[in-house]
Design a protein around this ligand. Structure first.
Ligand SMILES: Nc1ncnc2c1ncn2[C@@H]1O[C@H](COP(=O)(O)OP(=O)(O)OP(=O)(O)O)[C@@H](O)[C@H]1O
Ligand SMILES: [Mg+2]
Length: 503
């Protein structure tokens, strides 16, 4: 028999009831109510504690002492329960409200286990915070097709969550594509699949004119520079297509064409601007020699099934990351469309994970990636391209992309502006759950959206594999360094002594 924790009071509605209790339940705890021959599941959303006799109008602590002597413990606990649905009818919201007086019981963990258990397409995230014996699974199909946002302040457990999800997806042969901004995943080890490292090498010939112009730092406002660059670029591309030059001569040819313009009297008034474009070509080659390769194959062809495909952007600057991410997103989407249309292209669905999403898809700035992130957020569902955006600063994140994420895992989040943004983006995050966010511990999360039948508070599993970027044990690191230094010194002394030296 489950414990009775209170009774419904006042006016109730089919979606919300108030209750009073003598014992303190927990916010986020599941409860069940039996009425009108139905078993109804609910979640405790808010709680207050009060006293009938000790109210706000008392200004003297001595009076309170006196009241307590006379009245004893007259404290009460009041709260609200959000109705989640009929346990025996697919969690449909009942049409009738609970009658006042209805018993509120702690939900039976066996009932919860069946709700959180998903056959075939389930991924275990962790366990309920309030009832640890209940495992929480989410639906992979719904997570991938309807996108996911993982939001939390720094150090709260976002990367750990990403790793747990990745391992779960690898378990069902998943193909995951990481844009690894801090080289965190490139050396990771998962228990259910391999990391496939993909070098972030772009072939300039396959970049669009605007992508190249952005890398060359030719601003859209410098339209004269842009015009000359376009002239040279177009002619070079034509020569390449006709086979007059080979791919290794791509930049040489563009620069030659710009130099020819400089020699040409008809362009003498624009000499300075043409020279600027030439300089920018040199800058482009110098600055991005590490990511540009005239013989690089199409990166999308390197994405593997049953793998954590990692594109390491750890040593790449923000502009280049933006171009790489947008270029690959564009190609992934188009290759998936091609496959579904013609049978050629990318033959399996991909779940794309974007860490530091607020840098690539910022709120008040336009970036190349932002366009493609929001495009995949809108269209990806139909073509099997799922998106997971991860950010420690939801308030700086593009609200359009955020609101397209129909699933959310929100860990500890303290900043009120961040909380407000998350709440605006998610219809199902009530104010009371938002209030829980600052008090969550590391690894504890509110999980919402289509991938879970009911909103839930979860203690995410600790990822057991290898992952860089975890909190360093500083004192241990210092100790290790000193010991290594001592050992080195000792070996040197030993060698010196062996050579007959006097130490
Ligand atoms: N569910 C969990 N259980 C146990 N420990 C956890 C859990 N989640 C995170 N941790 C620990 O907390 C630390 C920080 O976690 P993590 O790197 O995932 O945070 P983050 O939100 O990604 O931080 P950042 O914003 O800096 O990227 C790690 O050392 C990790 O081991
Ligand atoms: Mg992280």
């Amino acid at each position: 028999m489950s414990k009775i924790i209170g009774r419904c009071v006042g006016e109730t509605s089919p979606i919300e009831v108030s209750f009073v209790s003598k014992e303190m339940p927990k916010v986020g705890e599941y409860v069940s109510l039996v009425y009108d021959e139905k078993r109804v599941l609910g979640m405790i959303e808010s709680l207050v504690r009060g006293s009938v006799s000790i109210n706000d109008d008392i200004y003297d602590p001595k009076i309170i002492e006196k009241i307590e002597e006379i009245e004893g413990d007259d404290h009460y606990i009041k709260g609200t329960i959000r109705i989640l649905g009929d346990i025996d009818n697919d969690l449909r919201i009942p049409r009738t409200p609970a009658p006042p007086g209805t018993e509120v019981k702690v939900a039976d963990s066996n009932v919860l286990k069946t709700i959180f258990e998903i056959e075939d397409t389930g991924l275990k995230l962790g366990n309920l915070i309030t009832q640890e014996e209940v495992e929480v699974q989410v639906d992979i199909d719904k997570m991938v097709t309807r996108h996911l946002a993982i939001l939390a302040m720094t150090g709260a457990g976002k990367s750990n969550t990403v790793a747990v999800i990745t391992d779960g997806l690898l378990n069902v042969n998943g193909s995951i594509l990481f844009f690894d901004m801090h080289s965190e995943y490139v050396n990771a080890e998962f228990s259910n699949g391999q990391v496939n490292k993909i070098n972030a090498l772009l072939n300039p010939q396959y970049l669009s004119f605007f992508e190249l112009a952005r890398l060359a730092d030719i601003s859209r406002k410098a339209y004269v520079q842009e015009r000359y660059f376009r002239m040279a670029y177009k002619e070079t591309m034509e020569s390449l297509q006709k086979g007059f030059i080979n791919s290794n001569e791509f930049f040489i040819d563009i620069k030659k064409r710009l130099s020819d313009l400089l020699e040409n009297e008809s362009y003498k008034d624009d000499k300075k601007r043409i020279t600027a474009v030439l300089n920018k070509m040199n800058y482009l080659e110098d600055q991005y020699s590490n990511i540009l390769d005239l013989n690089a194959p199409n990166l999308v062809n390197k994405i593997k099934i049953n793998s954590a495909n990692v594109i390491d952007l750890g040593s790449v600057d923000e502009v280049a990351s933006d171009i790489i991410v947008s270029h690959i997103l564009k190609k992934v989407l188009s290759k998936r469309k091609e496959f579904l249309r013609t049978g050629q292209g990318l033959s399996f669905p991909v779940f794309v994970i974007i860490e530091e999403a607020h840098i690539l898809a910022p709120k008040n700035r336009s970036t190349n990636s932002k366009n493609w992130i929001s495009r995949i957020a809108r269209e990806g569902r139909k073509f099997g391209v799922g998106l997971c955006i991860v950010s420690q600063s939801p308030k700086s994140l593009d609200p359009d992309s955020l609101s397209q994420a129909n699933n959310m895992i929100i860990l500890r989040l303290v900043e009120p502006t961040d909380q407000r943004h998350v709440q605006t983006a998610s219809e199902s995050l009530s104010e009371d759950l938002v209030e829980q966010l600052p008090s969550l511990n590391i690894g504890e999360a509110v999980v919402l959206g289509l991938m879970t039948k009911i909103p839930t508070l979860v203690k995410i599993d600790e990822f057991r594999g290898k992952l860089s970027g975890r909190d360093l044990k500083i004192v241990e690191e210092w100790k290790k360094s000193v010991e290594e230094k001592k050992k080195k010194l000792e070996t040197q002394r030993e060698e010196f002594r062996e050579l007959g030296g006097d130490y």
